[in-house]
Ligand binder design. Structure first.
Ligand code: SAH
Length: 212
């Protein structure tokens, strides 16, 4: 897959994409703005690509699948843990629209700067990147309608559950350092009701509720 169009056709042909609004968000964002220059030719390959700080920008189909699972509505407030390149945050920003807001946390300084530059290039204005330990969430902007964790968690960090609104949705890869299950959780009357969306592999979550 060498182009955005190839990827979109693959998603449509295989019934992977189910929502036109989400397809449009992917079409509006240039993934090449978020991968290092030496990987530009790989911007639309369906595989993860290395970014600074030993992290990776997730495979496009994984970003799509997590985005769909979040069931985002326009105007919502979303917390992301693990900004990385800023690509996932950019996609979310299109879905919440100008009345919504994405707060994205990153624990590696180099990546905070990298993501901010990428988001600026893409002219995204409703994403706030915060340099902090996102395993504790980000109390200052809470509560959130949606929370997405894009690093492997040993378990769902308790502060994130607290900072999620009732009826809110949280998605996180939960498991060991080497393999995780994608957990989709809905907060109903203060408690999480979970479902498992399959096996994945992410870089480990650091910080208080991470693997350190
Ligand atoms: N969503 C990103 C990919 C994330 S890779 C994208 O679209 O490109 C996982 C990221 O989580 C890495 O950048 C890593 O530095 C970050 N991370 C790990 N532990 C974290 C923590 N405790 N708080 C915030 N970010 C963290």
């Amino acid at each position: 897959m060498n182009s955005k169009q190839d990827l979109a056709e693959y998603w449509i042909r295989n019934g992977i994409i189910t929502d036109r609004r989400i397809l449009k968000a992917f079409q509006d964002i240039k993934r090449e703005d978020f991968v290092p220059s030496e990987y530009k030719l790989h911007a639309y390959g369906d595989y993860p690509v290395p970014i600074p700080g030993g992290a990776t920008i997730s495979q496009p189909t994984t970003v799509l699948m997590m985005t769909q699972a979040l069931e985002i509505k326009s105007g919502q407030r979303v917390l992301e843990v693990g900004t990385g390149s800023g690509y996932q945050a950019a996609i979310l920003s299109k879905l919440v629209g100008s009345k919504g807001k994405v707060i994205s946390t990153e624990v590696v300084k180099e990546l905070e700067d990298y993501a901010k530059r990428n988001l600026q290039k893409a002219e995204i204005k409703n994403v706030k990147v915060v340099f902090t330990d996102g395993s504790r969430g980000y109390e200052k902007e809470a509560p959130y309608d949606r929370i997405i964790v894009t690093a492997a968690c040993p378990s769902i960090p308790e502060p994130l559950v607290k900072q999620l609104k009732d009826d809110g949705i949280l998605i996180a890869p939960v498991g060991s350092r080497s393999s995780q299950e994608m957990i989709k959780a809905k907060k109903i009357k203060g408690k999480l009701v979970t479902e498992n969306l399959g096996d994945f592999m992410f870089v480990p979550l650091q910080g208080e509720f991470g693997f350190d």
